[in-house]
Design a protein around this ligand. Structure first.
Ligand SMILES: Nc1ncnc2c1ncn2[C@@H]1O[C@H](COP(=O)(O)OP(=O)(O)O)[C@@H](O)[C@H]1O
Ligand SMILES: [Mg+2]
Length: 290
C-alpha cells in the first residue's frame, strides 16, 4: 500500500486537494494528508489519516490525544519508521558534504542509506520506553558515543570527553559513565536517551511521551531540562503526549488527535485557553476538574 519512491502523488485516489500544493523552504518538515492503516481482523483500519502541517526550524509541535488516537503512528510516519499509505512527508535534507540545505525531499523517495544517515545525524528519536532507545548491553558512555562513532569519530579520548560533557549537560552523575543503562533509574535512562540523541546536534527531535511513566517530581525536572535544551540548541521537535501540561510547557503549536484524525490545531495557548472543538474542550476541562 505504501507509495513507491518517486511515484507522483496523483496515485492516491484522494490526491485532488493536495496536488500542486507548493512546498517551499524554509519549512523544515511538511506533512500532507498522511495516513497509515493496519490490518485488523482482515480489514485495513486507519490508525492515522489526513494529517497535514508544516514545521519550521526551531519550532516545537505537540501532538496530543487519548491513548489509541494515532499519535505514535503519526510520529513514526514523520520519522520514516513507517511508510505512508496515503499522503507524503517532505523534509529539508542537508547535503552530506556541505551541510547546505538541499531543499525539501519526499521521504518516500529517499534511499534506505539516506534515511539511516538522517536518523543518525539530523534527527533524534526519543522513545517512550528508554530501553527501546538505548543499547542496554553497553555502558552509558558508549550509548552517547555511539552516534558520534556512526559519523566516523574514532578517537577514544574525544568520544569519552564528549560523553562526559553530555552526561553533565543532562544532569547525569558522570561517575556512572561505565555502568550499564540497566543499572540506571527510569529518569536517568530517559536523560541518557536524550544525551544519546542530542550528541550529533540534530535539527529535529521526535519524542514519544518522553516523561510518561516517571515519578511526578522526576517528570517536572525532566521537562524543565527538555525545555532548556530545546531553547539552547534551537531544536525543532514533535512531541507526542497525552499530558496537556507537557504541551503547554514545551510547544508553540499543537495538534489534537482523535480516532486517527486531527480535530483541532493551532497555537498552544489559543488551543488550551479557547478550545474550539468539543473534544478539545473535554480534554481541557477534564484537566481542570479534579
Ligand atoms: N504496529 C501496529 N499493528 C497494528 N495496529 C497498530 C500498530 N500500531 C498501532 N496500531 C493501532 O493503531 C491505532 C493507533 O495507535 P497509536 O498510534 O499507538 O496510538 P497512540 O500513540 O495515540 O496511543 C490503535 O488502534 C492501535 O491499536
Ligand atoms: Mg503512543
Amino acid at each position: 500500500m505504501s507509495a513507491a519512491p518517486g511515484r507522483p502523488q496523483a496515485s492516491s485516489h484522494r490526491s485532488a486537494q493536495h496536488e500542486g500544493t507548493p512546498v517551499v523552504p524554509p519549512v523544515l518538515l511538511s506533512a500532507r494528508q498522511v495516513g497509515k492503516a493496519f490490518m485488523h481482523q482482515g480489514q485495513p483500519r486507519w490508525a492515522c489519516r489526513d494529517v497535514s502541517f508544516d514545521l519550521y526550524p526551531g519550532e516545537v509541535l505537540a501532538v496530543v490525544g487519548e491513548s489509541g488516537s494515532g499519535k505514535s503512528t503519526l510520529l513514526r510516519l514523520l520519522a520514516a519508521r513507517h511508510a505512508c499509505d496515503e499522503g507524503s512527508v517532505h523534509y529539508d535534507v542537508r547535503a552530506e558534504s556541505s551541510g547546505e540545505s538541499a531543499g525539501l525531499a519526499d521521504l518516500a523517495a529517499l534511499s534506505e542509506a539516506r534515511l539511516r544517515w538522517l536518523a543518525r545525524t539530523d534527527w533524534g528519536f526519543v522513545e517512550q520506553h528508554a530501553r527501546d532507545g538505548l543499547r542496554m548491553n553497553v555502558s552509558g558512555g558508549a550509548n552517547v558515543g555511539e552516534r558520534l562513532m556512526a559519523l566516523g569519530a574514532r578517537h577514544y579520548g574525544k568520544l569519552r570527553s564528549e560523553a562526559l560533557s553530555w552526561m553533565e549537560r543532562v544532569e547525569l552523575d558522570t561517575g556512572r559513565i561505565d555502568d550499564l543503562p540497566g543499572t540506571y533509574s527510569g529518569g536517568m535512562q530517559q536523560r541518557l536517551q536524550i544525551a544519546r540523541n542530542l550528541v550529533t546536534h540534530p535539527r529535529l527531535v521526535f519524542m514519544d511521551e518522553p516523561t510518561t511513566g516517571l515519578d511526578v517530581s522526576v517528570q517536572a525536572r525532566l521537562l524543565d531540562l527538555l525545555r532548556e535544551l530545546v531553547d539552547e540548541l534551537q531544536l525543532a521537535a514533535v512531541v507526542v503526549t497525552h499530558d496537556l501540561a507537557v504541551a503547554r510547557l514545551l510547544a508553540q503549536r499543537m495538534l489534537v488527535m482523535k480516532d486517527g484524525r486531527v480535530v483541532e490545531q493551532g497555537l498552544t495557548d489559543r488551543v488550551l485557553d479557547d478550545p474550539q472543538h468539543p473534544y478539545t474542550q473535554l480534554l481541557v476541562s477534564s484537566v481542570l476538574t479534579p
